[in-house]
Design a protein. Structure first.
Length: 240
């Protein structure tokens, strides 16, 4: 996408990336734009924060966590903003930061959001994790691989760090089927039933991601991707 529309999108995205690092600015803007989603904000009633760059297992992590609990837990999630982690630290709220290999996360994001360029997606990835890295003592890390295969270990680390008693998710076929059924329902009611938007694995999404790989084959993206891979490595080490 080129021309005025692409320029306007770039301005909006850059503005959001900047605002998302500053809680006062971010929540002020979000209050005026997305009042129906305030339940996802971090506030004093929040019991857990689950945040990460888009396409990093956010929906699976939230749905699977709730599926494992005996009662509802108030979770702040899906704003994809460092401001959530910063506010959680100030309020001493248990937090899980999700992270996925940068190439996979960015390819999935630009497939879902064709209006976002590959360089812009990589810069957003870097901005998110560089900002929250300075607060590494305030959260536990859940990698995409862990969350989708061994989520119970991530929840157990959170319990050990924060003194909580959340029930770990068990990766049984029955539990996974239930989680994916909920995700499919959420995709449907939120208008995300298209192949490029669903929040679960699919053959169609893999095909679209393979087609989008050429977007990363530029000198600018190579430099950004190297920086993103370095910070990803740091987060994986933190996850242990």
């Amino acid at each position: 996408m080129r021309g005025p529309r692409a320029y306007a999108c770039r301005i909006r995205q850059n503005g959001r990336v900047y605002a998302s690092k500053h809680p006062l600015l971010f929540y002020t803007l979000y209050r005026s734009l997305r009042s129906e989603s305030r339940i996802r904000w971090v506030d004093r009633k929040t019991q857990l924060v689950i945040e990460g760059y888009p396409r990093s297992g956010n929906t699976f992590a939230v749905v699977a966590f709730q599926q494992a609990q005996r009662e509802s837990v108030r979770i702040a999630h899906h704003l994809h903003a460092p401001a959530q982690v910063i506010r959680a630290e100030r309020l001493q709220i248990p937090t899980i930061v999700l992270i996925r290999e940068p190439a996979d996360a960015v390819l999935s994001q630009i497939v879902r959001r064709p209006d976002i360029s590959a360089p812009l997606a990589l810069k957003s990835y870097l901005s998110f994790y560089e900002t929250v890295a300075a607060r590494c003592s305030a959260y536990v890390v859940g990698t995409f691989r862990e969350v989708t295969r061994e989520y119970g270990s991530v929840i157990e680390r959170a319990n050990a760090k924060f003194g909580t008693n959340f029930f770990p998710f068990q990766h049984t076929d029955a539990n996974l089927n239930e989680v994916f059924a909920v995700i499919d329902y959420l995709n449907k009611i939120n208008g995300k039933a298209l192949d490029n938007k669903v929040s679960r694995p699919s053959i169609a999404k893999d095909r679209l991601k393979n087609e989008a790989k050429s977007a990363l084959a530029t000198k600018e993206c190579a430099t950004l991707l190297a920086a993103a891979e370095a910070i990803y490595s740091d987060f994986v080490s933190q996850a242990g």
